[in-house]
Ligand binder design. Sequence first.
Ligand code: EPS
Length: 388
Amino acid sequence: MPGIRFTTAGESHGPGLVTVVEGLPAGLELTPGDIDTDLGRRQLGHGRGGRMKIESDRAIVTAGIRHGKTLGSPIALRVDNRDYANWEERMNPWPVDADVAEVHLPRPGHADLVGLQKYGFTDVRNVLERASARETAARVAAGALAKAYLRAFGVQVRSHVTRIGSVTAPVTGILHVEQFDEVDASPVRCLDSGASEALVAEINSSRKANESLGGVYEVQTFGLVPGIGSHVSWEERLDGRLAGAIMSIQAMKGVGVGDGFDLAGRVGSKAHDEIFFSEELGYHRETNRAGGLEGGMTTGDPLVVSGAMKPLPTLTKPLRSVDLATKEPAQALRERTDSCTVPAAAVVAEAMVALVVASAYREKFGGDNISDAVAAHAAYEERIGWRR
Ligand code: EPS
């Protein structure tokens, strides 16, 4: 079932990031703005640190696109790290004529200590550079291609932040795609303006206390047809694939589909979505507790996936750790850091959801050229009598 595959490479303060995306059909129209708009959205959000004033992420296409259309070949994108200019000695790919100090103070909650043990290093920098969430810029670039592919089928992927620290935005009910149009105008990417202010205040007070904060976001995908994914094998269940993709994002500790963990505490009659039929809508539901997935397949209702992010582990008031050179108690590495990146994480999660859903569309509708896939999609809609 070859769908869409991607990989990333790059260290946070190295020369730059790269992604290679395979499996997109030929003939898909793209503009630079399709990629760069999302790269810019990922850099926003209240709670970001000094690094975002240095970077201004743009994708440089090095393969797979010609005159604004995909060729069907692997697409390679590069995002340069502007900050590399300040790190050329410490992060040079080649030996340098300078004494570069090793980092010996692992941060609790980061990959630092275990990565060092596993890969046989003495310098924490050899781990933290790749573990850094800077890598998510490459994922967002790849995700922008997946979103462009999904647009050909009328599918749109959106996100919003529902909680930061102890402050939760009011419960929203079923959302429509237009309700997300202004979400990027909120400094915390929250749909409720009152809650938005409270979330900003929560970040400000934790920053004053030298604390970092996590939170919860939701990704919603609109315009899907029923039957993407499959119940027939564990690998094809879309919920499993989405959960893996969300959990692969740095700092994630939980994932939910639809009403998620809340469903576990309900009686069955309040946990499912009853089925109706009308000439106008065909088969439909009046609720979406399942988050648009039944049996590992889309139902055609909005796909709702939430992610829980832990507070960032780089702290301005560091936690206790051990100096790896002396084995003596010490404070963890104290570096320039963000205090909250939940708004940015939601944009990264959009990319990961888009890549998973696009891959499943590609598996189902195939096509060497995008027009083949769109025709297969239309034939499928016709067969199942889909009317939305
Ligand atoms: C990060 C630490 C900070 C963030 C970085 C992720 O970087 P620095 O150590 O250079 O201040 O800014 O995120 C990005 C650079 C980005 O583009 O999102 C970390 O330790 O994960």
